[in-house]
Structures are given as C-alpha cells and as structure tokens.
Design a protein around this ligand. Structure first.
Ligand SMILES: Nc1nc2c(c(=O)[nH]1)N(C=O)[C@@H](CNc1ccc(C(=O)N[C@@H](CCC(=O)O)C(=O)O)cc1)CN2
Ligand SMILES: Nc1ncnc2c1ncn2[C@@H]1O[C@H](COP(=O)(O)OP(=O)(O)OP(=O)(O)O)[C@@H](O)[C@H]1O
Length: 191
C-alpha cells in the first residue's frame, strides 16, 4: 500500500470513533503526561500539538504539562507551501483561533521556526507509528521538515491500535524515539 492508501484507511477509522472513545482516550493521555519517561526540569520547553477532531488528546494534555511548570510551544503553519513549522508560546490564557484545515493556533505572533531549538521534548501528531519508529503523518511533511533542526526527544502520540508492524517509509521521514498511547502509556521504539 502507498502512504496515501494507508492514510485514508487510518483516517476513516479515526472518523468512525465515538466521542466517548475520543474523550476517554484524551483523559488517559492527560494522566500520562504526569509520568514522562525522561527527566524534564521545570521551565524546560516542550513542543506539543493542539489536537483537533478525533486526533488523540485534548487541551487537558497541554494543561497537565503546564501544571508541572514546563514552557509549552505549539505549531503554527506558515502561509504558502509546506516549509518548517513556526511555533508559538502556549499557556492557559493564550487566545486561539481556527485557521487553515481547521487547525487551532494561537492568535499571538509566531516565534518563527527557530523556537523548536529550545525544546527538550516534542510530542508529534501521527496517524500511526511502527515499533521501529517510522511515523505516518497527515502528509504535508511539516514535521519531517522541522525535526532535523531539533535535539528534542521525539514522542509520537497515537491510539493503541495505531502502533503497527510496518509502514511505507521515505528518505525524509524522521524516526520517532517513543510512542505514547492512551492505554499502554509511554513505550520506547527501537528505530
Ligand atoms: N493538531 C495538529 N496540528 C498540526 C498538525 C497535526 O497533524 N495536527 N500538523 C502535522 O503535520 C501540522 C499541520 N499539518 C497539516 C497537514 C495537512 C493537513 C490537511 O488537512 N491537508 C488536507 C489536504 C490539503 C491540501 O492538499 O490542500 C487533507 O489532508 O485533506 C492539515 C494539517 C501542524 N499542526
Ligand atoms: N525535509 C524535507 N524536505 C523536502 N521535502 C520533504 C521533506 N520531508 C518530507 N518532504 C516531502 O513532503 C511530502 C509529505 O511527506 P510525508 O508523506 O512524509 O508527510 P508526513 O510526515 O506524513 O506529514 P506531516 O509531517 O505533515 O504530518 C512528501 O512529498 C515528502 O517527500
């Protein structure tokens, strides 16, 4: 199967999830955020996406990280063709707006693509990952263009049945080091 075929299948499965299942998973993911598998000091920067639709997680996940004293940055999609993501600071008080593709992003000015260099950990949205660390995203290549410039530990967040044995891989794909799922929590990937 091609990446697009796998994507279509995984998206259809997510869209068929009940609100109950999505919300239950989001509550679990927020709990797991209190058990990060690596030491992260107060005040350190963590990158995390703002989940939309049936993506795993909710703002409760980000709130749990803020609650522990971490500084959060979230992605901002720059205008035009795909290029490295920009980032914006996120706190409980950050005014948000809905933008392109229904993404929810801070209204505030972006910090530019360089802000990711400050992050110790980055939570990466994905449709699926493999035990070896391969990641399938939404298909615009934003994270694959952004992650090479970062030293952050890369943690993909997916639903439990989206940790697969095999996925199509391309040369630009940046491997994930950990996966977080609602039921099993954090697991190291052997990529
Ligand atoms: N919540 C969240 N934020 C995120 C991501 C994400 O996956 N989830 N991203 C992860 O990279 C980046 C945004 N990437 C995206 C890439 C494609 C589409 C999208 O909907 N594409 C259309 C096709 C668009 C077109 O070609 O005209 C589609 O899939 O139908 C949306 C976001 C940054 N922010
Ligand atoms: N670093 C890069 N430089 C140039 N093109 C890239 C880079 N990374 C990915 N691409 C291209 O972007 C397109 C989408 O890549 P891919 O299918 O891997 O996206 P994805 O990882 O699923 O999406 P996303 O990161 O947005 O969630 C492909 O055509 C790919 O070749």
């Amino acid at each position: 199967m091609t990446k697009d075929e796998v994507r279509a299948r995984l998206r259809a499965k997510r869209e068929a999830m009940s609100v109950f299942a999505v919300e239950g998973a989001a509550a679990n993911l927020a709990e797991w955020m209190y058990r990060l598998p690596m030491p992260v000091g107060e005040g350190e920067t963590i990158g995390c996406y703002l989940p939309i639709g049936s993506e795993p997680g909710s703002d409760a996940m980000l709130d749990a990280l803020i609650d522990q004293g971490f500084r959060l940055i979230v992605p901002v999609v720059p205008d035009g063709d795909p290029q490295p993501l920009h980032w914006a600071a996120y706190s409980l008080a950050t005014p948000l707006e809905t933008r392109r593709w229904g993404l929810v992003e801070p209204k505030s000015e972006s910090l530019g693509p360089g802000a990711l260099a400050d992050a110790s950990v980055i939570f990466v949205p994905a449709l699926a990952v493999t035990h070896g660390g391969a990641r399938l995203g939404r298909g615009a290549g934003y994270y694959d263009r952004s992650l090479p410039a970062s030293r952050a530990v890369r943690i993909a967040i997916v639903y439990d049945d989206e940790v697969l044995n095999d996925l199509p891989v391309e040369p630009n794909d940046v491997p994930m080091e950990w996966v977080l799922t609602p039921e099993a929590g954090f697991r190291r990937l052997d990529g």
